[in-house]
Design a protein around this ligand. Structure first.
Ligand SMILES: CCCCCCCC/C=C\C/C=C/C(=O)SCCNC(=O)CCNC(=O)[C@H](O)C(C)(C)COP(=O)(O)OP(=O)(O)OC[C@H]1O[C@@H](n2cnc3c(N)ncnc32)[C@H](O)[C@@H]1OP(=O)(O)O
Length: 302
């Protein structure tokens, strides 16, 4: 960033050096435009963060076109963005949404699960674990404004949030569909959904790999609200206002009391979980299954 541009920045941006770094990542024009509007706006290649109209609230948008698949880069940038918001005392809540049309997130990037070497699989899985742990245990209030399809890892990401609002569109299917790919959702994916929809509903949803349309996702408790698409953000903001009316320290300790034990199950066996993943995903039969699924996805268009 040129010195003249730095000098034009308001004092509060200079007090937060990472805001300048974000400006570099964004490109000078976009960062400067954010600040000129009186709003600090930052981002990385795949995650855009901007302050919402409400005080203390940021909107975090996934932007990894075309379908926000969770690549190593996107997972890493999500964690860094959340950490920055947690460290910035201005922010108390985050609305998580998508910048890609009609898809919230297509889940883990299938290209990360196929044809890679064990070291890369291990690195990728560590990043998936990190994303889940950081979002699941975040001190901030997280509200998912789900504006598109939300399968597998995308659903997992939304399940880390404190509240989920889904736009009412029959194409916006949601669920943990791993079994349909011939793979198995790990225990912490299962814990996340079971803590949300209960034991019996999980038995069905997880074994069948169900992808539910909005009315069914609501009925089973996978989401807390379904609203017309044009009301998604305003609803998420209203929900956020209700959650932010509670004193942070009391809400944070309560959240941790409810969630820590679930997170500890993974924390106690992170390395073993990585080894399990690497040996499972490296099997010829699993690779074949994933390749076939990916090819079917690609052929769908033709
Ligand atoms: C014994 C215990 C051992 C434990 C071991 C644990 C192992 C567990 C391992 C992994 C868990 C996995 C979790 C996952 O998240 S896997 C990902 C699952 N995701 C899906 O099934 C969704 C697939 N995608 C779709 O259904 C659709 O793309 C859509 C509904 C999201 C969007 O539809 P549409 O808008 O019509 O877009 P296209 O289908 O045309 O897709 C565009 C483009 O993007 C590619 N693509 C789609 N999804 C992915 C993806 N997840 N990763 C990579 N690429 C994806 C698609 O192929 C198209 O590509 P193009 O033809 O080249 O343009």
């Amino acid at each position: 960033m040129a010195l003249t541009a730095v000098l034009r920045l308001p004092a509060r941006a200079l007090l937060r050096p990472w805001a300048l770094l974000r400006g570099v990542a964004l490109g000078r024009t976009e960062a400067a435009a954010g600040i000129r509007n009186g709003a600090r706006r930052f981002g990385s290649q795949h995650v855009l963060v901007e302050p919402a109209a409400a005080a203390g609230v940021a909107v975090m948008k996934l932007r990894n076109p075309p379908v926000n698949s969770l690549s190593l880069e996107l997972l890493t940038e999500l964690v860094i963005s959340l950490e920055k918001l947690e460290n910035d005392k201005v922010f108390r809540g985050v609305i998580l949404t998508s910048d890609c049309p009609s898809v919230f997130s297509s889940g883990l990037d299938l290209r990360e699960l196929c044809g890679r070497n064990p070291a890369r699989y291990a690195e990728f899985w560590k990043a998936v674990q990190e994303m889940w742990l950081r979002f699941y245990l975040s001190n901030l209030v997280l509200v998912a404004a789900i504006n598109g399809a939300c399968p597998a890892g995308g659903c997992l990401l939304s399940l880390t949030c404190d509240y989920r609002v889904l736009a009412d569109n029959p194409k916006y299917l949601m669920g943990l569909n791993e079994t349909l790919l011939g793979i198995v959702a790990p225990f912490w994916f299962k814990d996340s959904i079971m803590n949300t929809i209960g034991h019996r509903a999980t038995e069905q949803a997880l074994q069948l790999g169900s992808l539910l349309p909005p009315a069914e996702a609501l009925q089973v408790g996978m989401v807390d609200q379904v609203v017309p698409e044009d009301q998604l953000l305003s609803t998420a903001l209203s929900v956020m206002a209700k959650w932010l009316a509670v004193p942070d320290h009391a809400r944070q300790l309560t959240k941790s009391m409810i969630r820590q034990a679930t997170a500890d199950r993974l924390l106690k066996q992170r390395d073993a979980d990585i080894q399990n993943f690497v040996s499972f995903i490296s099997k010829d039969a699993i690779q074949k299954s994933l390749q076939t699924y990916l090819e079917k996805l690609k052929q769908k268009k033709g």
